[in-house]
Ligand binder design. Sequence first.
Ligand code: AMP
Length: 279
Amino acid sequence: MTQVIRSSAELREKVAGWKRSGMFVGVVPTMGALHDGHLSLVREARRQSDRVIVTIFVNPMQFNNADDLTKYPRDEGHDLALLESEGVDVLFAPEVTEVYPGGFATKVSVAGVSEPLEGAFRPGHFDGVATVVAKLFGMTQAGRAFFGEKDWQQLQVVRRLVEDLNIPVKIIGCPTIRETDGLAMSSRNVRLSTAERAAAPALHRILQAAAATLRAGAPARETLLAAEAEILEAGFREVDYLDLRSVEGLRPLGHATEPARLLVAAWIGDVRLIDNIAV
Ligand code: AMP
């Protein structure tokens, strides 16, 4: 049975009990509308912990776009059934007022790695992420936390956060889970029309081709301009960024001369998709 907990005091008591009996606790933070990408993190958490907490919280502080927040898919009943079948111990699903009670005044802001890419196109987004993740670590007291490489920059921001604030949690990055046609699984994919859904896998295909060209030594500027044109031809409306960056500090690279990541954000209809792959 997965126990649903909504109050952080009750969660703290539960976790304290586990820890007294020597159990190791893992957490998977999510915004719900769970899919196989999330469940792969849950399975990894199960492998690496005695007790697993999944958090579901659609964090208003990390949405820079009110429409995106309103349209964000929510289905807690279905999510709970999935978590039950994965043997998750606790679903922590607090209300907004539990996370941000009246008088709440703190903001966690990670400089550097949170500034380019998503940070440039979604002002305030990573402050919201860093703040809620710091709070979830405080509330869950977990020893390990599992994050997807799908959100590569977020993973780097979270790593920086726990190192800088001495938060005693180990961050585990897990590979991106894709549909069979290559589209990275995302809660936002359900908002794609049939035609958009059919066009969307081009994003990953074009990323792969560009990564191969870059690996062969081609310059990033020309390669990425050509790839961006292909993304638009494939039916995307706009490309926010398509960039070659160093894997950890996300420094811009002119050539793939060191371990690198190709990262993209693009709009198809009114849905914004992000993806990234190793180069
Ligand atoms: P979200 O609910 O979108 O905030 O995602 C919660 C966690 O699941 C984050 O650590 C994401 O990186 C991860 N995640 C989302 N989609 C995928 C995917 N397709 N493969 C692996 N992890 C994912």
